[in-house]
Write a protein that binds this ligand. Structure first.
Ligand code: UDP
Length: 450
């Protein structure tokens, strides 16, 4: 017999956020923690401030972790046990998805039916869990991919491993199942439709934001004093996880090129690299240092471990230019944060970076991967830094996490209303799982063939 549900209003009161492979409590800039973690933290606390409680489910990676942590008022992180705590790589997690799903469902089953109004999954591994939770709880599944295997594989760094076929198929399944797909940019929405067969009517563009209270322009000289950087230095900054995809090596090569073109810069040029190895970068953690030595610039490059946002803002302020030379980015929060601090950006003209940076206004976008082109772009930014700094602040100011949350709440609400309408029972008192949209579930063979 179906359990009695309390009436459900379309605007959600409680969201189950799934972040299986990385926790919002982790420090971004290392391992599996990056922009997605920041996204979940920023969105969750703003949802909670609007009276929408958020439970974030993530896999416990240590026996020391308490099962429940209040991250901020109204935001609870729930550590679920699935598989061995330590030493399990992201690529091994598909084998644990059944255990994660069981743990999430058990957790929810301790409450009255109808505890969650919506499931929001992040990254395909969570999407796989979300799809079952959605069926079980009769609530809409909203999914944000963050990265897509097909897109990543099309722009691989030399020597980097392609994402496995199993991930591609897993993503296709989630795309077919989700009630709403949230893309960071129109580009990403198109990729979902063109490469994954997403239904355009269920695919939304919701730009991420930037915390304009934390990432503020400030006194460059003061930031330099705090970080121990000479006032007349020319500082090029890389921030992010150190892995081939992010291509910090290209920045080092560009810096070496700048010195070759102008040896007089040697006393002043500095490259700051903030972040720690991640992904395939973990296999050769000293590679970047070795490259700096090979290029004859080991004394000019400073490697710094990941830092919290407040100190990161000082790094952005202290820099002359932030450089984001990634092979691909679904957005690139670092680019936006640097601009919010008044630091122009030189970035690869790929993916979301084309939205995150306004070419010629807030920085320069570089086509191709020639270090000489990066050196030229950096020089051109240095030559008109004041102007670009003003453009950078303006551009970053047009993004806001509040607007991100406005759009997400609208998406949650519309999906819930649609689900209730499909069940034919109006918004309140949904008792039965509504029928799935016909054709949403495709046979595996068809997915593989595409
Ligand atoms: N980050 C941080 N401390 C660091 C390095 C990075 O907090 O030392 C954060 C940074 O503020 C940004 C995120 O990590 O919000 C990286 O996001 P981005 O979208 O640039 O890259 P992703 O990690 O998603 O590939």
């Amino acid at each position: 017999m179906a359990a009695r549900r309390r009436p459900r209003s379309a605007v959600p009161r409680r969201v189950a956020t799934l972040s299986v492979h990385t926790s919002p409590l982790d420090q971004p800039g290392a391992g599996d923690a990056g922009g997605m973690n920041v996204y979940i933290v920023e969105v969750s606390r703003r949802l909670a401030a609007r009276g929408i409680a958020v439970d974030v489910f993530t896999r416990a990676t240590s026996s020391e972790l308490p099962p429940v942590v209040e991250m901020s008022p109204g935001v609870t992180v729930r550590h679920v046990s699935a598989g061995p705590f330590e030493g399990l790589g992201k690529e091994e997690l598909p084998a644990q998805l059944c255990a994660v799903t069981a743990a999430v469902l058990r957790e929810e089953a301790q409450h009255e039916p109808g505890h969650y109004d919506v499931v929001h999954s992040h990254y395909w591994l969570s999407g796989q869990v979300g799809w079952l939770a959605r069926d079980r709880w009769s609530v809409p599944l909203i999914h944000t991919a963050h990265t897509l295997a097909k897109v990543k594989n099309a722009a691989l760094a030399t020597g980097d491993r392609p994402e496995p076929r199993a991930r591609v198929i897993g993503e296709e399944q989630v795309v077919a199942e989700a009630d709403r797909l949230v893309a960071n940019t129109a580009d990403e929405a198109r990729q979902l439709v063109d490469h994954y067969g997403a239904d355009p009517r269920r695919t939304l563009v919701v730009p991420p934001g930037v915390d304009l209270d934390r990432f503020t322009p400030g006194d460059r000289a003061a930031a330099r004093r705090r970080l121990g950087v000479a006032e007349d230095a020319v500082v090029l900054l890389f921030v992010g996880r150190i892995q081939p995809l992010k291509a910090p090596d290209l920045l080092l090569e560009a810096a070496a090129r700048m010195l070759a073109d102008d040896p007089g810069l040697r006393d002043r040029l500095r490259v700051h690299v903030v972040g720690a190895p991640s992904g395939t970068g973990l296999e050769a953690p000293r590679q970047l240092e070795q490259l700096a030595a090979q290029l004859g610039i080991p004394d000019l490059v400073r490697f710094l471990p990941p830092v919290h946002a407040e100190l990161l803002a000082e790094h952005y302020r202290a820099a002359d230019v932030a450089v984001v030379p990634s092979h691909n980015e679904s957005f690139g929060l670092v680019a936006l944060e640097a601009q919010a601090c008044g630091t122009p950006v030189v970035a690869a003209a790929v993916g979301g970076l084309r939205t995150a940076v306004r070419d010629g206004v807030s920085g320069v976008l570089v086509e191709g991967r020639d270090p000489a082109d990066y050196a030229t772009a950096i020089r051109s930014v240095l030559a008109r830094r004041e102007l670009l700094s003003a453009g950078a602040r303006r551009h970053a100011g047009s993004f806001s996490w509040e607007r991100t949350v406005d759009s997400l709440v609208s998406a949650y609400t519309a999906a819930a209303e649609e689900m209730a309408a499909a069940a034919g029972s109006g918004v309140a008192g949904t008792l039965m799982r509504p029928p799935r949209v016909l054709g949403a579930v495709r046979p595996l063979g068809a997915q593989v063939a595409r």
